[in-house]
Design a protein around this ligand. Structure first.
Ligand code: FE2
Length: 358
């Protein structure tokens, strides 16, 4: 039997039979079997979508005028994928994206929640996030973790608006019916910063000849400064001139594990004029352009082509090939990527359809 042979439809069944089933909370599988278990490729409501920062910024700044922070708690415009309906506020099946504005002098109160979050700083200086008592300064391109269960709050001592991109696994955690938050007191800041204690790859802080070199903190680094990530990408590109992909993954430096449990975070450098083809993979991916000009081509479900300017963001559904082209021949481009790969890996669902990276 061919796997795409048509199956019986609900309307083929006698009305009294359907009614008798429904009255007993029963549903026949076969009319819906192809929808939930299609041949070859999964059904993906996630669409390829591009959000231009030039469109978001004026609306976000207007939100600053319209809604005081006390009335918003978090002043965020959600980057919603129409494939899931805008009301569901999700970029993909597992990823939530929001562009958040904090004005000078504002403070977003301390809380913690079950979803994991990260911030990718988009614009402005002088803001900070206190995570688990550690004060993390926020500069363009910095990645700051606020993992599940850790207290966090935001403040702003600068004199211009600060904007960052929030990336959360909220849709998944909400789907699992475990999404909730708790409000807390203003945190007491503790001395020490994970990003300063772990400034060089391959070197981890140890107590004097004590233990095995692990701090036993699940998240020994909460802030990944962009200045370090950018320098590491350039160093990698120089060391491997023949290698196409110049990519780094944000990890726990003590264990090498993904920085967070559910979503993965990466920094990618495109060499001047480079075209990089990313093979189709099961996880959906988000691309946020930190620096440069990039054309992104996403081949499925419908082919789409986006011209990404700095601070623009786009999402590609899983199982779509993505081609990234650095539109500038005289300068590298830098892209922040968030994807669902740790989740797929843990579930045994991570899949790549071909190995080609050209
Ligand atoms: Fe939060």
């Amino acid at each position: 039997m061919q796997d795409d042979a048509p199956l019986g439809r609900l309307e083929d069944l006698p009305a009294d039979y359907v009614q008798a089933m429904r009255a007993r909370n029963l549903v026949p599988l076969w009319p819906s079997l192809r929808a939930v278990l299609p041949p070859q490729l999964p059904t993906r409501p996630t669409q390829a979508v591009h959000w231009a920062y030039g469109d978001i910024r004026p609306l976000l700044m207007r939100a600053g005028d319209l809604t005081p922070i006390e009335k918003a708690e978090r002043r965020v415009l959600v980057l919603a994928n129409p494939g899931h309906t805008l009301e569901k506020m999700q970029a993909s099946s597992a990823i939530y994206l929001g562009m958040q504005l904090l004005l000078p002098g504002e403070w977003a109160p301390s809380h913690r929640h079950t979803p994991n979050a990260v911030r990718m700083v988009v614009e402005g200086e002088g803001a900070w996030t206190t995570v688990d008592g550690e004060k993390c300064p926020m500069s363009r391109g910095d990645l700051i973790l606020t993992p599940t269960g850790l207290w966090h709050e935001h403040g702003h001592d600068g004199d211009a608006p600060v904007v960052w991109l929030d990336v959360l696994d909220l849709p998944l955690v909400h789907y699992l019916e475990v999404s909730y938050h708790l409000n807390g007191e203003r945190q007491k800041q503790r001395p020490g910063r994970g990003d300063r204690a772990h400034t060089r790859a391959g070197l981890v802080p140890t107590p004097v000849f004590g233990g095995d070199g692990h701090s036993r903190r699940r998240y020994p680094v909460l802030r990944y400064p962009w200045v370090e990530a950018r320098a590491a990408l350039q160093s990698l590109a120089e060391d491997r001139p023949d290698q196409a992909a110049v990519q780094l993954t944000y990890v726990n430096p003590e264990t090498g594990e993904d920085a967070e449990n559910i979503l993965g975070f990466h920094a990618l450098m495109l060499r001047p004029g480079q075209t990089l083809r990313l093979p189709p993979r099961s996880p959906a991916s988000v691309f946020h352009l930190i620096e440069g000009a990039v054309e992104a081509e996403i081949d499925a479900p419908q082919p789409r082509r986006f011209a990404l300017a700095e601070a623009d963001t786009c999402v590609a559904p899983g199982f779509s090939a993505v081609t990234l082209h650095n539109a500038r021949a005289d300068a590298p481009a830098f892209v922040f990527i968030a994807d669902e790969s740790p989740l797929h890996r843990k579930l045994g669902l991570l899949e790549q359809r071909d190995q080609a990276v050209a």
